[in-house]
Design a protein around this ligand. Structure first.
Ligand code: ZN
Length: 249
């Protein structure tokens, strides 16, 4: 069966006989793995669509057990990302993160649009790529239904003002629960909530990524937020030690 979908390549690895294995985030079918004989070094319009950070249209043949990309066409290439080493690393990190967060064969069109928007904004942005990446991650967690609990205490469910974020409990916790944490709790996974951290996370969820275009966060706010989200993803979704992570702060 021939199918046709817009997509973004998340990962490619070399296989035998000059073939590649591709992990494609397709708009219609979600994350799929496909083989192909097309490489980005080839001539013709299909080759362009195999480059990293390209939004393309892919024509696939689906057999019973696997997919093959027969033809491809670039719709939009985010050149600026490939030309700047920092942007390249922040965009690679987002691809790896997306690959780990997505399940196979489950369409997530809103997440797909978010990734394109992220590339678009990363191409244009001049500074503070950390804030953009952080907002992208938080919005991804929300769209995939795995957002930390922020509206009530993640342990007792009360709606008192949260005083800490407990990674193992999956969200913000109240003062009483904070005081009653077991003695052997891993303190490196409990973060004090100050500087309106919860409000920033909620702001990220509520507003389009584009509205953050001009926003930069102070380092003293940004760094704990980055740690909270990384530890949370590592603990609950096994998203940690991404290859591109070592290049980021
Ligand atoms: Zn509580």
């Amino acid at each position: 069966m021939y199918i046709d979908t817009e997509g973004i390549i998340l990962k490619q690895t070399k296989a035998t006989n000059g073939r590649r294995m591709i992990v494609l985030f397709s708009k219609k079918y979600g994350k799929i793995s496909a083989g192909t004989g097309i490489t980005e070094k080839g001539k013709g319009k299909s080759a362009l669509a195999m480059r990293p950070f390209t939004f393309g249209r892919y024509e696939l043949y689906k057999s019973r057990y696997n997919y093959n990309i027969n033809n491809a066409e670039a719709i939009r290439s985010f050149y600026a990302i490939g030309e700047d080493i920092d942007k390249y690393m922040y965009a690679s990190y987002a691809l790896e993160f997306t690959d780990k967060l997505l399940e196979e064969d489950k369409a997530s069109p809103r997440f797909f649009e978010l990734l394109i928007e992220y590339f678009d904004l990363m191409s244009e942005r001049k500074k503070d790529y950390d804030t953009l990446l952080l907002a992208f991650q938080v919005k991804s967690l929300f769209l995939m239904g795995v957002m930390p609990i922020l509206d009530s205490c993640a342990i007792c469910g009360c709606d008192a003002d949260p005083v800490a974020f407990s990674v193992p409990d999956g969200g913000a916790i109240c003062a009483e629960c904070r005081n009653n944490l077991p003695e052997d709790v891993n303190v490196s996974l409990i973060f004090n909530l100050n500087f309106g951290i919860v409000n920033i996370l909620k702001f990220f969820v509520k507003n389009p990524l584009r509205s953050l275009e001009k926003i930069t966060l102070e380092e003293s706010i940004r760094n704990p937020l980055i740690r909270i989200i990384r530890e949370y993803c590592k603990y609950h979704m096994d998203i940690g030690n991404l290859k591109s992570e070592i290049f980021l702060k």
